[in-house]
Every structure is written in structure tokens, then in C-alpha cells.
Design a protein around this ligand. Structure first.
Ligand code: ES4
Ligand code: ZN
Length: 362
């Protein structure tokens, strides 16, 4: 089977197949921008632009160790994940009030809507805030208010995923889960982020088991910098439903075969991977080979304020650098994003129909 062809063959997919085959590469940038898509891997604290960091610092009477927006942006040269995380946690320290979280998320939703993101699943890191004395309720109330406003004002649907910081302890993760329980209806799932090295999924086996019992959907970062073994244990120990990043699966053919057989989604973040030196350049990114191996890969922005672009930049830069990527791959990536989302089946079908219509008109 051609792995870029959807598994179910219907009259509509035959029409789409014909349309896809005739779309030339030069029409791809416009199509990538215009196609409806879901974003499944965005750390909302990573959408905080330097301008907003400065504005929030001023509003909250905080001083920053940078003299200007330009000086802060100039510090965004990363050699690996940890060198980024140090700056990312410092940037998030300007967030104090419910309004701050609302304003940050609304700025992201406006950018996402401009890129025709119709659905977004936002990661947030409660421990980054509660450890500074910001109440859990302040964080979740600001974000939830933005989720409601995004639907109402922009037509963007959104869900919230609470991440545990893997460099902190299991006990700290359990405490965070306890704080989340009064708000559980506002949180679709839990994830695992921060520095991967030395913090394997096994460290959070019991927390994830409890989260599953409580009805949370489960995802985890694995195989970004960490080895394929971390992807195996995210699957077999944490029982996640999506792997965030996962690009390092490519070093393990048995793992790739399993991910393909299970249609286990990978939320790939091309610009992030290049900025954090997971790949030396976009031309060396393995997105095209992951798709051609039949994996349910998606494209996402991760921390767009830090990595040089939002959804459309991730799509257009990956497609520009990888000549193997065609209209068929573009359609598949958007279809995968809906398939891999935590939205309901009826909603997924409506998005898929809108996606097919966008390509049928192309
Ligand atoms: C992250 Cl790029 C990345 N990896 C792991 N954890 C993160 N938190 C925010 N961005
Ligand atoms: Zn991430």
C-alpha cells in the first residue's frame, strides 16, 4: 500500500487522490496555508513573544535581565533542549495573573487562526507557575477563559493538556495532579515534558496510571533527544495515545513497524528540531521518511515564539527543504492531525470533509 494514501478507500478519496496527483509543487505554499489543520503540540508558554514578555513584565512591575526586545530575541540561539528550557522557564516567569494567561493564549489563538488552525490542543506547565507561588486556579482560569473566547470569537476549538515536568519528582507530579482535580473537567489530558535525558517515562508510571484511572487522555514527549527506548516505555509503561516528537524512532525498525501498525500519532515539530539541533538542517529532517513509512505523523509548532514560526512556517519551511514532500503529503499531514486529535468522531468527520473540499478545489 502507498502509505500516503488513507486506509479507507471511498468515492470521495478517489476524487481527492485524482486532485492530489495533479497539484504542482509551486501551488503548495498557498495550499499549506489555506488547508484546515489541527495543532496538537504547542506549549502555550512557548508562544510568549518577546514583545509580550516585556509588556507583561512592565504590567507586573518586574525587571528583566535584558535591556530590550531585540536583546532578548538575540539570546534565542540554542545548542540543545536544556539551553532552550533555561530561557523558556525564565520567560514564563512574567506570568502572574489570570489576565496574563488569558492574553498569552489569545495571542496564540489569533496566530493559529491566521494559519487556518481550526483546532488546537494546548500544553501548559502548571509547575512552572505554582512553584513561583501562582495558584493553579489562576493558570487554568485564564487559559479556560481564552479557550472559550477562541471558540466564540475566532471559531477555533481548543482543549487543554496539563504537562508534568519530568526533571521534577514523581511526588511533585502527584501534588500537581491533586491540585488539578477540582478543575478536571477543563483538562482533556496529561503529558510529560522538559528535559528528557535521565528522566525516562518509567519515573512517572504510577502518576500516569492514576491519570488513566481518572479518565485523562495520555501523551508524552519521547524520542526528541532521548533514545528509542523512551518511546517503547512511553507506549508500554505509560500507555500513551500519542508520542510527542518521536522522531528518534527512526533508529529502531521494529519500533517504526509497531508505530505504523498501531497508527500511533507522532506530533512532529520541524522548526523546533532544527533550532534544538536534533537535525543539523531542515533538509536532513526525517518528516518525509516517517510519512512514507506509514506513520501517523503531524506537523506542529512546539514553542513558536522561540523557534522561528507558527504552524504555517513549520509546514512551508519543511516542504521547501524537503523536495520529496508533495500535495499528497500535505493532505495526509492535515488528515493525520484531525485523526490524532482528542476531538469527537462527528467533529473529526466535519474537519476531514472541509479538508477534502479545500484540496478538491485546488
Ligand atoms: C519543550 Cl521543545 C520541548 N521539549 C520538551 N519540553 C518542552 N517544554 C517546552 N518545550
Ligand atoms: Zn514539546
Amino acid at each position: 500500500m502507498n502509505p500516503t494514501t488513507p486506509p479507507e478507500k471511498t468515492a470521495m478519496t478517489a476524487t481527492i487522490d485524482a486532485a492530489l496527483a495533479s497539484i504542482p509543487r509551486e501551488r503548495l505554499p498557498a495550499l499549506l496555508q489555506r488547508m484546515p489543520k489541527a495543532e496538537l503540540h504547542i506549549h502555550i508558554e512557548g508562544s510568549l513573544e518577546p514583545e509580550l514578555i516585556f509588556a507583561l513584565a512592565q504590567r507586573n512591575g518586574l525587571s528583566l535581565p535584558y535591556t530590550s526586545v531585540e536583546a532578548l530575541r538575540a539570546a534565542y540561539a540554542f545548542k540543545d533542549l536544556q539551553s532552550f528550557l533555561d530561557i523558556y522557564y525564565a520567560g514564563a516567569s512574567v506570568l502572574l495573573t489570570e489576565e496574563d494567561f488569558f492574553d498569552m493564549a489569545m495571542a496564540y489563538f489569533r496566530r493559529a487562526a491566521a494559519d487556518h488552525v481550526v483546532h488546537a490542543e494546548l500544553f501548559f506547565d502548571p509547575q512552572t507557575h505554582t512553584d513561583r507561588g501562582v495558584p493553579f486556579a489562576t493558570v487554568i482560569d485564564g487559559l479556560t477563559r481564552a479557550v472559550d473566547a477562541a471558540q466564540r470569537e475566532l471559531g477555533v476549538s481548543a482543549l487543554l493538556i496539563m504537562c508534568f515536568l519530568r526533571h521534577l519528582s514523581e511526588e511533585a507530579a502527584f501534588e500537581t495532579l491533586e491540585q488539578a482535580l477540582p478543575h478536571r473537567k477543563k483538562i482533556i489530558g496529561v503529558g510529560l515534558d522538559s528535559g528528557e535525558h535521565g528522566n525516562p517515562p518509567e519515573k512517572f508510571a504510577r502518576v500516569f496510571a492514576r491519570c488513566k484511572e481518572l479518565g485523562f487522555r495520555l501523551v508524552a514527549h519521547a524520542g526528541e533527544e532521548g533514545p528509542p527506548a523512551y518511546i517503547w516505555s512511553a507506549l508500554d509503561v505509560l500507555h500513551v495515545e500519542r508520542i510527542d516528537h518521536g522522531v528518534r524512532c527512526a533508529g529502531d525498525p521494529a519500533l517504526v513497524a509497531r508505530l505504523a501498525a498501531e497508527r500511533m500519532p507522532l506530533t512532529v515539530c520541524p522548526l523546533s528540531n532544527v533550532k534544538l539541533c536534533v537535525f543539523k538542517s531542515m533538509a536532513e529532517h526525517n518528516l518525509a521518511s516517517l510519512l512514507d513509512a506509514g506513520l501517523c505523523a503531524t506537523v506542529n509548532s512546539d514553542d513558536p515564539a522561540y523557534f522561528g514560526g507558527y504552524m504555517n512556517a513549520n509546514f512551508t519551511e519543511a516542504f521547501a527543504a524537503l523536495p520529496q514532500l508533495t500535495a499528497r503529503h500535505a493532505h495526509r499531514l492535515a488528515a493525520n492531525s484531525f485523526e490524532a486529535s482528542f476531538a469527537g468522531a462527528a467533529q473529526k468527520l466535519r474537519w476531514k470533509t472541509a479538508l477534502d473540499a479545500a484540496f478538491a478545489q485546488a
